[in-house]
Structures are given as structure tokens and as C-alpha cells.
Design a protein around this ligand. Structure first.
Ligand SMILES: Cc1cc2nc3c(=O)[nH]c(=O)nc-3n(C[C@H](O)[C@H](O)[C@H](O)COP(=O)(O)OP(=O)(O)OC[C@H]3O[C@@H](n4cnc5c(N)ncnc54)[C@H](O)[C@@H]3O)c2cc1C
Length: 441
């Protein structure tokens, strides 16, 4: 049974590896990859001894211990990884505020502390009194859940930086399990200076000692090397009996991990209403800037959030050289800055880098004279945007793919807010499905 896998990011690679483990013959697996290197959003780049993750700092963490162990094994086993305690903070004026913000109110200056506490208690009281339902739009949800103070000082400016759209256009549906949710007692304790732990998710994470996060996908690439067609863009997918013809070659099955938005450009026979649903799926792109620093060490932080507008366009700064000392030459350190932009709009120019660096200086996190050099990467498909049409559009797109034996998989292939471990879980499920079909057939 000859299988084409469109895209060799972690989803495509994990699917191929999972099929091999289920007895699939290597020669039946064919991965098409447009880029010259496999790994997709998990790719990393090394320049003059500095390594960074091109789509923003990546960590390995999973609630599924079996999958996390499997991912580590694929990349050389436990010894190939650094184990790190997650230590994340929010930069506010010249202070470090504990993350999540509502567990860190005690770290704020008095004015914002009062605004945030008063708003939080008012919002809590209103919810208790009115038994109100969570509002469907994110802007209203933030005020309903956290109150005006936290909305004004943190949630609104931070989320405007990430989503690059009015927050009314974002659905509150995406917040479940993603935005930390502290009990009111913890927030009160935190505000008067009693430490509360708050967010325990990802308290410990793993990162490859060498090669950046890409070491994880490199490990999967090794046994598949002969079957990955690099520099091979999928340009046409046409019907062929029960299967598909990809770039003129026949396959029994096709699994797609390329962004659904792209399919109308090269897949034959997509009805117009399905193509319209695919094209309209909203996404954000990302520019990342490596900042190589002539600085021997950093504070013990994993990453920090920069919510304030005066801190410039960067929403998150990752201490790349704290993830692994292998990410910088001895005696040097590095940051990675993340800036999003609306998908489908032109890639920002050089002036954005200036604004990003200036903002980080204003936030008090570096001096200009520490910079050795910078490097920039751009990823078109980075964030799925949960606008109010996402669920409907995704359902139309994925149903058509499923019904037409073009199996959807991955962050943008299925349009789910997946981390790499969730891509692997989905790949494992798809491998099961294909293996069952092979046995049944
Ligand atoms: C800012 C940010 C931070 C993140 N942090 C983490 C984290 O800390 N931990 C974590 O586990 N995950 C994290 N993720 C998520 C993780 O990067 C993704 O879930 C994962 O990499 C998605 O893999 P994928 O294979 O589904 O898609 P992709 O990586 O997008 O792979 C798709 C592949 O298809 C190829 N392709 C596209 N078009 C064509 C074409 N026409 N022909 C052939 N090939 C094509 C692409 O080149 C690419 O290699 C983060 C993502 C972002 C954006």
C-alpha cells in the first residue's frame, strides 16, 4: 500500500515512524517536503555557535508520558536532553511579576495592584451574583473573567500583540485549558504577598542538549532519510481511482499535513464552498529574532512575557541559552524574540527589528552594546487564529478531506492548536487507522 505524506514536519515524520513500527514497509512511505530541511516549525538554525528555534522557543513537554518518552527515544534517549524547571515571568515596568499574572499581583506597583485586585473581585462578585455564562468573544470574556484592571494592564495589550486583531474578533472558545484560571482566594493571597503557585502545567520540561529543538525531528529523519523528498513542493494532487496522484505519481493513500488554506491551489475537485472555507481559515505568521549576546550568563529564567505597549512589538522573549548551554558558545548567551503578524499580510521589514530591539532595551532586559549579532527567521503558518468562523470552516474543510481519502493531520493540516507532542499523538492515531485499513483490505 503506497502512501504519500505531504509535508515532513513533526506530524509527517512521526506518522511515517509510527507506521514503520507497525510493520509498514519503508519503501511504501513517501514524504514530500518543500523545504531543504525536514522538521517544519520544529526546525532550528545555528550561526557562529548560536542555535535557535526558528518559530519561537520550543520545549518538550507532554501530559502523555508514553509519547514524551517515545519522542526522547527517537532523538537519542534521556541523555540527549536537558531537564529544566520552568521559570517564567512577566516583565512589568522595571519589575518581575510571577506568572500567571493574577498569581503575581503582589509584585506590581501599588496603583496597578489596586486596579487589578479591585477589578478581579468585582468580576468574581458579578459572576457569583448573576450566574452569568462565559461571553463568546474573547475581549468580553477577559473582562468577565479577570475584570477591568487585569484586562487593561495585562490581558488586552498582551493579546493584541499576539493576535494582531481586535479581541472582539477572537472567540473565547480557545481559552479552555490555555489561559490559567486561579481561584479568587489565591489571587487575594498573592496580592498581599503570600506566594501561591498558580500554574503547574509544564513545571518541568526537556530540551535537546545539542542541535536545538530540531534534534527531535532529526532523530525521526534518520531512519526515513531515503524516503524524504526534500526541495519537492507538492504542486498537484489529482484523483486516480480510489487513490490520488501526487505531482504525477500514483498513491493508494495520502495524508496531508500542509496548511488547509493551501489545498485549493493544488488539489483537484474541491467544491467551491469547501475551497472558500479553507481559504478563509485565519492564521498568524511569526518573525523571530535571535539576539546573540556578549554576556556570560542570564537570570535563571526560561522565558518572559512582555505585555506592555511601550515594551515594543515583542510578546515573548526566550532565554535560548538557558534551555541548553549547547545553544551558545562558552561565555556567551542568547535571547529569542517573537513578533507575530497577521497571516496573509506582507512580511515586515528591517524597521520591525529595530522596534523589537528598542522595546527590549526599554524593558531593561539588555543593553545595545551587548549585542554581537542578530538573525531573523519567518514562518508563514505559526498560530491558528480562533476567530468566530474557525469551527465551522474547519469542520467543512476536514469533513471533505476525510470523505475524499485525503487524511488531514497536524497543526495546520487539521487546524488544531497542537504542540509537537499532540502532533505525535494524532500521528499515532492516524497510523492505527491506516494499519487497520491495511489489515481489513
Ligand atoms: C511560537 C510557537 C511556539 C511553539 N512552542 C512549542 C513548544 O514549546 N513545544 C511544542 O511541542 N510545540 C510548540 N509549538 C508547536 C509546534 O511547532 C507545532 O505543533 C509542530 O511543529 C507542527 O508540526 P506539523 O508537522 O503539524 O506542521 P509543520 O511543522 O508546519 O509542517 C508542515 C510541513 O509541510 C511543508 N510544506 C508546506 N507546503 C508544502 C508543499 N506545498 N509541498 C511540500 N511540503 C510543504 C512545510 O515545509 C513543513 O515542513 C510552537 C509553535 C509556535 C508557532
Amino acid at each position: 500500500m503506497k502512501l504519500a505524506i505531504l509535508g515532513a514536519g513533526v506530524s509527517g515524520l512521526a506518522l511515517a515512524r509510527q507506521l514503520m513500527l507497525r510493520g509498514y514497509s519503508l519503501s511504501d512511505l513517501h514524504l514530500f517536503e518543500a523545504h531543504s530541511v525536514a522538521g517544519g516549525l520544529c526546525r532550528s538554525k545555528t550561526i557562529d555557535g548560536f542555535t535557535y528555534d526558528i518559530s519561537g522557543g520550543h520545549i518538550l513537554y507532554s501530559k502523555d508520558g508514553e509519547v514524551m518518552d517515545w519522542m526522547k527515544q527517537e532523538a537519542g534517549g534521556e541523555e540527549a536532553f536537558c531537564k529544566r524547571d520552568r521559570n517564567t515571568k512577566i516583565r512589568f515596568e522595571d519589575r518581575w511579576v510571577q506568572y500567571p499574572f493574577e498569581n503575581g499581583l503582589g509584585d506590581l506597583p501599588d496603583g496597578p495592584k489596586f486596579d487589578c485586585l479591585q477589578g478581579y473581585v468585582q468580576a468574581w462578585h458579578l459572576r457569583e451574583k448573576e450566574h452569568s455564562e462565559a461571553p463568546p468573544d474573547f475581549a468580553a470574556w477577559v473582562r468577565w473573567r479577570f475584570g477591568d484592571g487585569i484586562a487593561n494592564h495585562f490581558m488586552d495589550p498582551y493579546n493584541e500583540k499576539v493576535w494582531k486583531r481586535p479581541l472582539e474578533r477572537i472567540s473565547s472558545g480557545w481559552v479552555a485549558g490555555r489561559v490559567p484560571d486561579a481561584p479568587v482566594e489565591d489571587v487575594l493571597r498573592a496580592a498581599i504577598g503570600i506566594r501561591t503557585e498558580g500554574y503547574k502545567h509544564q513545571a518541568i520540561f526537556y530540551y535537546p542538549r545539542k542541535g536545538g529543538f530540531q534534534a527531535l525531528t532529526d532523530g525521526m529523519v534518520d531512519p526515513l532519510k531515503s524516503q524524504i523528498r526534500l526541495n519537492t513542493r507538492v504542486e498537484s494532487v489529482t484523483r486516480h481511482g480510489d487513490g490520488w496522484r501526487v505531482n504525477g505519481e500514483d498513491f493508494d493513500h495520502v495524508v496531508n499535513t500542509i496548511a488547509l488554506n493551501e489545498l485549493p491551489k493544488f488539489v483537484e475537485g474541491i467544491p467551491e464552498h469547501v475551497a472558500e472555507a479553507m481559504r478563509g481559515l485565519a492564521f498568524n505568521s511569526i518573525v523571530t529574532y535571535l539576539v546573540a549576546l556578549d554576556r556570560p550568563e542570564h537570570p535563571n529564567l526560561s522565558w518572559v512575557y512582555l505585555p506592555q505597549r511601550k515594551q515594543g512589538p515583542v510578546n515573548r522573549l526566550t532565554y535560548m541559552s538557558n534551555y541548553s548551554s549547547g545553544n551558545a558558545p562558552e561565555g556567551k548567551t542568547s535571547f529569542l524574540l517573537e513578533v507575530t503578524f497577521e497571516g496573509g499580510t506582507p512580511t515586515p521589514g528591517k524597521e520591525l527589528e529595530e522596534e523589537a530591539l528598542e522595546g527590549v532595551v526599554r524593558a531593561g532586559l539588555m543593553e545595545r552594546n551587548e549585542i554581537l549579532f542578530t538573525d531573523r527567521s519567518v514562518c508563514k503558518y505559526a498560530y491558528i487564529v480562533y476567530d468566530h468562523e474557525l469551527v465551522k470552516r474547519r469542520e467543512i474543510a476536514n469533513s471533505w478531506c476525510e470523505n475524499n481519502a485525503l487524511l488531514p493531520l497536524g497543526r495546520f493540516g487539521h487546524y488544531d492548536y497542537f504542540n509537537s507532542d499532540q502532533c505525535v499523538i494524532a500521528a499515532r492515531d492516524t497510523a492505527e487507522k491506516l494499519a487497520r485499513r491495511a489489515t481489513a483490505g
